[in-house]
Design a protein. Structure first.
Length: 178
């Protein structure tokens, strides 16, 4: 599978995004020939975490959310981390950006706590997805069907549960985005 010629947006919170859930999908996009554009609430560097509590690496941000549109991209990756995912779903601009990918029928991949943003964007109704187990009630309450599987594909939506699922998540997102 190749993503040559495709530009993929990848969200990161200013603080609290799970490092492997950001870094590994970004690397998968780039290894498949795609261009990954890192987007956050501002263009300051973003501080990731490991296991939600331990400081991770700092990553440069390419664009602020206010400077981009879903029309600029071929797909979207939303990493998890409970603190980072909560910060992203709290941004009206991020929520609108995510909703615009679904309105344009573009592929989206979300892992771990990232489906919180999908719930906020109102795009889970009628869809089957997975996430970190603590989100299953939120997903069901938003009209989605939650399932406990390594990776779930529903149309152009790819979801996974946690960092242990990253190999399957990355492979499937490249396949669906291609």
């Amino acid at each position: 599978m190749t993503l040559t010629g495709k530009t993929i947006a990848i969200l990161i919170a200013p603080r609290g995004t799970e490092e492997p859930e950001f870094a590994q999908p970004k690397a998968a996009v780039e290894q498949a020939g795609g261009t990954a554009v890192v987007i956050s609430l501002a263009t300051d560097d973003a501080q990731s975490v490991n296991n939600d509590l331990d400081p991770g690496k700092t990553f440069p941000v390419d664009k602020a959310i206010g400077d981009v549109s879903a029309s600029d991209f071929d797909g979207l990756v939303i990493p998890g981390g409970s603190v980072g995912a909560d910060k992203l779903r709290g941004s009206k601009e991020v929520v609108a950006f995510v909703a615009d990918f679904f309105a344009a029928d573009k592929p989206v991949a979300a892992i771990c706590h990232a489906p919180w943003t999908l719930v906020e964007a109102g795009v889970v109704k009628g869809r089957t997805l997975t996430s970190f187990p603590t989100l299953q009630t939120d997903i069901r309450n938003a009209g989605g069907t939650w399932t406990d599987q390594e990776v779930v594909v529903d149309g152009k939506l790819v979801t996974s549960r946690n960092p242990d699922d990253l190999p399957a998540f990355c492979a499937k997102l490249v396949e669906v985005f291609a």
